[in-house]
Design a protein around this ligand. Sequence first.
Ligand code: ZN
Length: 134
Amino acid sequence: MQTLTVRTGTRVELIDITAQLRTLLKQSNIKNGVCHIFIPHTTAAVTINENADPDVARDIIVTLDRIVPLKGDYRHVEGNSAAHIKASIFGASQTIFIGDSDFILGTWQSIFFCEFDGPRTRKVFVKILGSPSN
Ligand code: ZN
């Protein structure tokens, strides 16, 4: 397993980590297989969505804030229940197929680290499995 470090700069943020993951894929020499991504945090997540228009990530953040407001009928003493709820909505893992030494993604898809309680230094666990041939 490999670990990526992601330093987030604000409370809620979607950060495109596709290029960092591609670097790990190149180093692995895997041509055909799967890439498992796991976020070992309770207030962060991973999602796959559009990379072309940055307003898509902005709209996701704004809409999530409306659905899960920062202040609400929460009991969790740490005061960051909204972040925990958002993390569970998005989920802690993704699996991406690998073919021809690259991720098999849709044209406009990127892999985003989702920060819901930043800024923090975060970890992304990555396991690339497969074969060095097609
Ligand atoms: Zn908490």
